[in-house]
Ligand binder design. Structure first.
Ligand SMILES: Nc1ncnc2c1ncn2[C@@H]1O[C@H](COP(=O)(O)OP(=O)(O)OP(=O)(O)O)[C@@H](O)[C@H]1O
Ligand SMILES: [Mg+2]
Length: 243
């Protein structure tokens, strides 16, 4: 496949009433090798509809980050399959996966992973550099609009060291959204924030899910953030259980 035209790709219809989920995990198992292998996921199943907001909960070590890595195409399951927008990820080669990851998926981590030597604007624009189809001027317009929206319009030329923790995390959210992804995966996005900043970030994620029609999967220990999702899914003994 020369290039994957996911952008503006219509939802794949199976029949008149049945729309393919944006994401589907079919009996996904994953263990980490070692002297004693660590089995983490055991035939996990999940369907995620377009535009849905889902919280994934579970104790430390239960496999939440492992699931996000698999959904984000950063790792592959040992068995079972993952389908994104109707496509089995195991059929895509490394280049196609990288393209899908960059265009269709945004990542937000507990610690922001911003480049310290780059300004807020430069950090936000990083994912657009690999995209030949986007003009730099329109990418910058979108970056400035999103930064305005999250209250950072006047901080575009600051470097991360000059920002508060909450401001850095908001910058990371804008970076995740810059390529208009279908899916945002957030791993403990409020984990390093105080309650007030956590609330602002929760408002932002929910607002962007609504306004940008982006599907949101959030791993969190915060009951406040989890309550704001459409659905809560718990990891229990390697399986995903809707609570
Ligand atoms: N690269 C790896 N090699 C070996 N074991 C790993 C690796 N990554 C994760 N694990 C193990 O897999 C299990 C699940 O890890 P994972 O990071 O997915 O948990 P988690 O639910 O995200 O935990 P936390 O809430 O602490 O972030 C843990 O027991 C962990 O030690
Ligand atoms: Mg984790």
């Amino acid at each position: 496949m020369d290039s994957i035209s996911f952008r503006h790709y219509p939802a794949v219809r199976m029949s008149a009433n049945e729309v393919v989920p944006l994401l589907e995990l079919r009996n996904v198992s994953k263990s980490y090798p070692g002297e004693v292998p660590v089995p983490v996921l055991k035939s996990a199943r999940l369907q995620v509809a377009r535009g849905e907001r889902i919280a994934i909960l579970g104790p430390s070590g239960s496999g939440k980050s492992t699931i996000l890595n698999l959904l984000g195409t950063l790792d592959r399951p040992d068995s079972g399959s993952i389908h994104f927008d109707g496509r089995d990820l195991s059929t895509l080669d490394a280049r196609e996966l990288a393209q899908l990851r960059n265009r269709r998926i945004g990542f937000v981590f507990q610690s922001h992973h911003l480049l310290p030597q780059c300004t807020v604007l430069e950090n936000v624009l990083l994912p657009t550099l690999a995209e030949t189809g986007t003009s730099p001027a329109s990418a910058e317009d979108r970056a400035r609009q999103l930064l305005d929206r999250v209250g950072l319009g006047s901080r575009t030329n600051h470097v991360p060291g000059q920002l508060s923790g909450g401001e850095r995390q908001r910058t990371a959210v804008v970076r995740a959204l810059i390529n208009s992804p279908l899916l945002v995966l957030a791993d403990e996005p409020t984990g390093a924030l105080d309650q007030a900043n956590a609330e602002v970030l929760g408002d932002l994620l929910v607002g962007l899910n609504r306004d940008e029609s982006v599907t949101l999967i959030v791993v969190t220990h915060s009951p406040d953030l989890a309550r704001r999702m459409d659905r809560i899914v718990e990891l229990r003994d390697g399986a995903l259980v809707t609570s």
